[in-house]
Ligand binder design. Structure first.
Ligand SMILES: Cc1cc2nc3c(=O)[nH]c(=O)nc-3n(C[C@H](O)[C@H](O)[C@H](O)COP(=O)(O)O)c2cc1C
Length: 168
């Protein structure tokens, strides 16, 4: 069976749930899938393909996701890698495409990653911690803007690409 890794980093669980849905969709396509926090991954050698996702905070990726890319850069360069980030909230959440932070742009180029996908995020006033988070999670930005159908379709597309790449 072809094994795929979905590694994620976030703060409040929204990105983990996206990673889990990506994993679920890939499993439905008959892949073996590990969905892991980026800090917990011990090498990517056993995976045919890797998906890496981070929440966006202050226009940056979470440090665990950045370190994952740095730590595994050599091995990632040898396999197909898809990146996503989740963040935008509010009415236009799923219409914007956020550029990779500068540091991640360099890493993505070094590992020759596929184009990054942006998914809407979730801002839950109930779990916001600290003044800034509480300020962010107000008004029309508060809510869950993750578009599950878009996320599932993206995962299925990755599945098709991995399968055809491996078959060649
Ligand atoms: C303090 C703070 C800063 C944020 N900064 C950004 C940002 O720069 N860009 C963005 O698109 N989303 C930003 N967001 C939205 C988060 O990325 C979004 O809530 C995401 O779904 C959080 O994922 P998590 O639940 O995995 O932590 C920010 C949220 C907070 C609370």
């Amino acid at each position: 069976m072809i094994t795929v890794l979905v590694a994620y980093a976030g703060k409040h669980g929204g990105t983990r749930e996206i990673a889990e849905v990506v994993g679920e969709e890939l499993r439905a396509e008959e892949f073996e899938v590990d969905v892991c926090g980026a800090a917990d991954v011990d090498g990517v050698e056993k995976y045919a393909a890797v998906v890496v996702g981070s929440a966006l905070y202050y226009a940056r990726w979470r440090p665990e996701a950045v370190r994952f890319l740095e730590r595994n850069a050599d091995a990632l360069r040898e396999r197909p890698v898809w990146l996503f980030h989740s963040g935008p909230c509010g009415p236009a959440a799923n219409l914007v495409r956020v550029s990779l932070p500068a540091k991640v742009t360099l890493l993505a180029a070094a590992i020759d990653a596929e184009r990054t996908e942006t998914f809407g995020g979730r801002l839950d006033p109930a779990t916001a911690s600290g003044v800034l988070e509480k300020l962010m999670a107000r008004g029309e930005r508060a809510g869950d803007f993750r578009d599950w159908e878009r996320i599932r379709a993206w995962a299925r597309d990755i599945g098709r690409r991995v399968r055809s790449g491996v078959a060649i």
